[in-house]
Design a binder for this molecule. Structure first.
Ligand code: GTR
Length: 329
């Protein structure tokens, strides 16, 4: 009896060791690092966490997206380059930041392009969005998906009430040729800087102003050093999650599809948080003493007219996509 028991125990142990060790090998998760510039509680970062959660759940823990928020992996430009090389797996950035690497993205961020957020989402979710995501591949990126980022407005140290008031002002822009062109079209002086350097540039007078959406104006505390905010809504620039083509090429077709779908399914949640936080941010900066100028429709038209030279400079392919975007109903 004792012998039988001993043999049974030995068999059990052997089975445990064998299956245990083999399942350990196959269960080693695929860990993907994702760089995010915003703090942990920012609506876009929360969207990224939702995406990571869906990937983990749907892959039964086989794929883990590790989120590095608050620029832990570096400023957007540096992280994008690392993604291109395959040293970082993914990053969530502004389309503007990515456009320095893939100029086709310019078609999505021209000033006064979309009628509203719904129009932009129809474009991003439709054929135009899909086509532009594919254009990232020759530059070694994979387009994982889009997120909402509202519209962008100027804010300055001295009050700006009209488009003419911007003339000669030094304005920080993202490191993107199209954004430099936009500032020049307005007769201002473009100063491209990384996001994390804008607060001190405003504080020390290296720049007279910058531009961003309500949530970023609040979360960066730029309102402390540039209290005049003009709601001119010059651009509506989507956020994009870029993947490294080198990394994604190693994944199975199914895993790639799982990741893209998880990102898409995180979007409604991110948009909801975004819309709520836009209101919270506007209220907060008003309470903190920012002076808000709402442009009249006539003044807005002047901003639009001022952008004409920028449109005139665009390559025919970009203008053709822009025309298709405008035609989306
Ligand atoms: C924010 C955007 C960031 C970053 C920043 C900037 O709206 O979410 O990814 O691009 O603007 O102005 O640099």
């Amino acid at each position: 009896m004792r012998k039988v028991l001993a043999v049974m125990l030995a068999l059990l142990a052997a089975t445990f060791i064998l299956t245990g060790s083999s399942s350990k090998v196959s269960a080693a998760p695929i860990v993907m690092r994702l760089g995010e510039t915003h703090p942990q509680d920012y609506p876009t970062t929360k969207g990224v966490y939702e995406f990571a959660k869906l990937v983990k759940e749907r892959s039964n823990g086989r794929i883990i997206v590790e989120v590095y928020h608050s620029k832990q992996l570096g400023e957007e430009r540096a992280v994008i380059e690392q993604v291109q090389l395959g040293a970082i797996d993914m990053t969530r950035v502004s389309v503007s930041a990515a456009s320095a690497y893939v100029r086709d993205l310019d078609a999505l961020q021209l000033p006064y392009l979309y009628r509203n957020s719904d129009h932009m989402w129809k474009v991003l979710d439709g054929a135009i969005g899909a086509e532009i995501l594919k254009k990232l591949e020759p530059s070694n990126f994979v387009g994982v998906g889009w997120f909402e980022a509202g519209s962008r407005n100027f804010y300055t140290k001295k009050q700006v009430k009209t488009v003419g008031d911007l003339k000669g002002l030094k304005i920080r822009v993202q490191q993107a040729p199209l954004m430099v062109g936009m500032i020049e079209a307005l007769g201002a002086v473009a100063t491209p800087l990384p996001f994390g350097e804008v607060y001190s540039a405003l504080q020390t007078g290296v720049v007279d102003g910058a531009e961003n959406n309500w949530p970023s104006y609040l979360s960066t505390s730029h309102y402390e050093v540039a209290k005049y905010f003009i709601v001119d809504e010059h651009t509506r620039v989507p956020e994009i999650t870029l993947g490294s083509k080198k990394v994604f090429d190693k994944l199975s077709k199914e895993d790639r599809a799982l990741i893209f779908k998880a990102h898409k399914d995180a979007v409604p949640y991110q948009i909801r948080l975004w819309n709520d936080f836009e209101k919270v941010a506007e209220k907060a900066v008003r309470e903190k003493g920012s002076v808000i100028t709402q442009v009249s429709p006539a003044e807005k038209q002047k901003f639009m007219d001022a952008m004409k030279p920028l449109y005139d400079k665009q390559p025919a392919e970009i203008l053709s996509v822009a025309n298709k975007i405008r035609a989306v109903k």
